[in-house]
Design a protein around this ligand. Structure first.
Ligand SMILES: *[C@@H]1O[C@H](CO)[C@@H](O)[C@H](O)[C@H]1NC(C)=O
Ligand SMILES: *[C@@H]1O[C@H](CO)[C@@H](O)[C@H](O)[C@H]1NC(C)=O
Ligand SMILES: *[C@@H]1O[C@H](CO)[C@@H](O)[C@H](O)[C@H]1NC(C)=O
Length: 531
């Protein structure tokens, strides 16, 4: 018999948001009380949906379609949280969800003595229904493995929310990072699981995370993040074929899982994927390891960059970061943030990113600085304690991380140049039109790509113009051979040279037969940064 995974829910919030939360809470609890009254704000919409479908809205993760005559109101409510609050409020707090796991996951068994976990959820101004649905789904799904044995007990459990739950309130607006630190400090479980406040956990989500940590306490594990539509609250399974990366601007991005990672797992997609970075919202970590490895950088403000900081730190300092593909948790993705940051979003994120670049990225921070003009002027405070941490943990250099963990990174491990590509005849530079700032920054890499961020110079026909396309790391149309003596850039596939455009080429550099003309000579150099 599998044992019930005990869990403790710790909620952390900040005071500013509490005030607004209380408002929301009252508003909606009033609605809950007047369920049978005609003036219930959601009742007409609810009735319309239920009479059409004969099931409660959103069950099995289905989309909720708001009837036409309610759509004005729906739009008003949308603004509060930047998701469809009306739809969310119509859906049961314990709605059913599909089992989206790979078949191989459904039959896996886990040890009886899994570690216990505390769950920390930070919320800012969260809607009542999404927050409560997060908590209900944790409890329900947690217990699901024993649903047949313990049905009565379990229902009782949920009905009374018997799982110990604490709400910590920050005295002032402190942001996600500091609020999470506060929450983590209050936990007693062997593992800490961080979740966002608008999630839904699906069957069997927790056991594989805990089992992996039991195997290796230095494994930091994330579920697959499924998508809950901000418009309809439809539940859509996320892919096990993408993993976390980042671009030159240090934005987190999803990229396809490379072949080497499929090979390492011998094609078994139910095994954890080693991921270079994590999105940051949802993960589990051994509590003592979390402290050992330096929790979060408490010098970072509000939110942003903390996920990459933690990702680099885990890998460089001897841990591993993995996506456990048998664990699925849904998350409401919003197109816009409903929060405002003091000083503006950009400034906060630039400061946080500078901190992580200065501490963890060594000379590769140049890629970030060169593509983000102005960022070098941002004050990032004191990072000496974080550098001391890196020292005391004897962490590896960023080049090791690029070489071993993220060889398909947008930042090349080895490169010939990072700067402009200047034509000898005209003294003009290749530029990536369509971008306002630093459009003339390219790196010619050891893999013989000419790239800026994740775009590569690509040419697909003889005498044709070059274009910027997503880098594919497959050489082919994106491979150029630079001859540092003759200063030519040979497009190997076509055996032609990069040349200045003629009149009819509309300013776009183009391929032509190699002739040794000065218009086919290019100077590639490293730009110097004044940091
Ligand atoms: C949700 O809770 C209600 C009321 O307790 C119950 O009737 C319903 O079966 C539950 N739904 C699921 C999917 O467990
Ligand atoms: C979790 O496990 C630890 C160590 O076995 C134990 O001390 C602690 O009381 C457990 N926590 C809960 C909430 O069960
Ligand atoms: C540019 O800098 C890189 C990294 O330091 C170095 O390997 C390369 O040789 C430099 N290239 C030139 C043309 O100076």
């Amino acid at each position: 018999m599998r044992r019930f995974v005990y869990c403790k829910v710790v909620l952390t919030t900040s005071l500013v948001w509490v005030l607004v939360d209380v408002f929301l809470l009252l508003y909606f609890s009033e609605c809950n009380k007047c369920d049978n009254k005609k003036d219930h704000s959601l009742l007409p919409a609810l009735r319309a949906v239920m009479s059409r479908t004969h099931v409660a809205p959103g069950e099995m993760g289905k989309a909720v379609v708001i009837p036409k005559d309610e759509q004005e109101k729906m739009k008003e409510l949308f603004k509060i949280n930047q998701f469809n609050l009306m739809a969310s409020d119509m859906i049961a707090l314990n709605r059913s969800l599909p089992d989206v796991r790979l078949d191989g996951c459904k039959t896996k068994t886990y040890p009886d003595d899994l570690p216990n976990t505390s769950i920390v959820i930070v919320f800012h101004n969260e809607a009542w229904s999404t927050l409560l649905r997060t908590i209900h789904s944790i409890l329900l799904v947690d217990d699901a493995s024993e649903r047949d044995f313990l049905k009565k007990k379990l229902e009782h459990h949920v009905a009374t929310l018997e799982v110990p739950m604490r709400i910590l309130r920050m005295e002032q607006r402190s942001g996600l990072i500091r609020a999470r630190l506060r929450g983590a400090a209050a936990t007693r479980g062997q593992v800490i699981t961080f979740l966002d406040a608008h999630c839904e956990c699906t069957v069997g989500w927790l056991e594989p995370l805990l089992a992996r940590i039991k195997e290796d306490r230095r494994a930091v594990v994330c579920p697959i993040i499924d998508v809950i539509s901000d418009e309809t609250f439809e539940y859509m399974a996320g892919s096990d074929m993408t993993y976390g990366g980042f671009n030159w601007k240090l934005n987190f991005r999803w990229y396809p899982v490379p072949q080497r990672e499929m090979d390492r797992r011998k094609g078994d997609r139910t095994l954890p994927v080693r991921t270079p970075t994590m999105a940051g919202g949802l993960f589990s970590i051994d509590r003592t390891y979390f402290e050992e490895i330096g929790t979060y950088d408490s010098g970072m403000d509000i939110w942003g960059g903390e996920n990459l900081e933690m990702s680099f730190r885990i890998w460089q300092c001897g841990g591993s970061l993995e996506i456990v593909t048998c664990s699925h948790v849904g998350h409401v993705f919003r197109k816009a943030t409903p929060y405002s940051f003091p000083g503006g979003t950009g400034q906060v994120i630039n400061k946080n990113n500078r901190r992580l670049a200065e501490v963890w990225m060594d000379e590769f921070k140049d890629f970030f600085y060169i593509i983000s003009p102005g960022v070098v002027r941002v004050d990032y405070g004191d990072v000496s304690s974080r550098k001391a941490l890196r020292e005391s943990l004897k962490c590896k250099p960023f080049s090791w991380y690029l070489e071993n963990i993220y060889p398909d990174s947008q930042i090349p491990r080895r490169y010939y140049s990072l700067g402009e590509i200047r034509n000898v005849e005209t003294n003009q530079c290749v530029d990536n039109m369509g971008r306002k700032e630093n459009e003339k920054v390219f790196s010619y890499t050891a893999d013989k790509e000419i790239r800026t961020d994740d775009l590569c110079l690509d040419a697909s026909r003889l005498n044709g113009p070059v274009v910027m396309l997503k880098c594919h790391h497959m050489k082919g149309n994106q491979m150029f051979e630079y001859d540092a003596e003759r200063l030519t850039l040979l497009h190997v596939n076509s055996n032609q040279c990069l040349d200045m455009p003629s009149e009819e080429d509309k300013m776009v550099p183009t391929l032509r037969d190699c002739s040794g003309r000065r218009s086919q000579q290019w100077i590639l150099r490293n730009m110097t940064l004044s940091v």
